[in-house]
Ligand binder design. Structure first.
Ligand SMILES: O=C[C@H](O)COP(=O)(O)O
Length: 255
């Protein structure tokens, strides 16, 4: 996808920031990000801060995302948040992050239901996939990705979504995948999407890389043909780092 140079940079704040800290963080990002118009910048704070962060982002081009959503519309599901509750607040929602798959036992079927529910409500899912270290070492990366994408997107024809490839062994470890490795897997994902969806649709789906992305490795990663952006964890909590990542994406997109 050498011609596609409108990058997407999403910050996943995970379970970090109180309401006050979220306000402080978004104010710093907002004031620094004004000139980076070629980049679709997304911040994904915890649920409790979505409403306030939405207010603070008004008048900017920075988009808001949630970190999860339930698939039911409403009812007796204590602690859950429905797609209808989110759709008036955010444009994006992360679904199937490996931390949810690992700690909250989310299956591909649950991920699929969530993706369908989000799309039904006009939210853009950022569906996460990725192999763990044992799977990588066993040479099973492609079969794991194949399963997660085929089942996660089962019955879905819309291209209004993003895929985040996050090798689990690279998340929060400071050891990002090499850009060549990430691009190879993401090229596989692109080809898989072309088989599952109409090719024209598949080519429109942004593929984000996630796993120890920082200001030092972002340009190298985004220089790869099949990497359209990044899902950033730890570095998205540091305004200088996050702004540097967006700035570099903007510069690369402007060339
Ligand atoms: O959602 C973000 C990813 O899990 C990456 O996190 P990280 O940048 O801290 O490795």
């Amino acid at each position: 996808m050498a011609e596609k140079r409108n990058f997407t940079i999403a910050g996943n704040w995970k379970m970090n920031t109180t309401l006050n800290e979220a306000v402080d963080l978004v104010n710093k990002i907002r004031s620094g990000a004004a000139d980076f118009g070629r980049v679709e910048t997304i911040v994904c704070p915890p649920f409790i801060s979505l409403s306030k962060v939405k207010e603070l982002l008004e008048g900017t081009s920075i988009q808001l995302g949630a970190q999860d959503v339930f698939y039911e519309e409403k009812g007796a599901f204590t602690g859950e948040i429905s797609p209808g509750m989110l759709s008036s607040l955010c444009r994006y929602v992360i679904i199937g992050h490996s931390e949810r798959r690992t700690y909250f036992h989310e299956t591909d079927d649950v991920v699929n239901r969530k993706v369908k529910a989000a799309i039904r409500h006009g939210l853009k899912p950022i569906m996460c996939v990725g192999e763990n270290l044992d799977e990588k070492d066993a040479g099973a990366t492609e079969s794991i990705i194949n399963r997660q994408i085929s089942l996660g997107l089962s019955g879905i024809e819309s291209a209004d979504l993003l895929i985040a490839y996050e090798p689990i062994w690279a998340i929060g470890t400071g050891r990002a995948a090499t850009s060549a490795y990430a691009n190879q897997v993401m090229n596989y994902i692109r080809e898989l999407l072309c088989k599952i969806l109409h090719t024209g649709k598949a080519l429109r789906i942004p593929l984000l890389y996630g796993g120890s992305v920082n200001a030092e490795n972002i340009t190298d990663l985004l220089s790869q043909n099949d990497i359209d952006g990044a899902l950033v964890g730890g570095a998205s909590l540091k305004p200088d780092q996050f702004l540097s990542i967006i700035r570099q994406a903007n510069e690369l997109g402007s060339r």
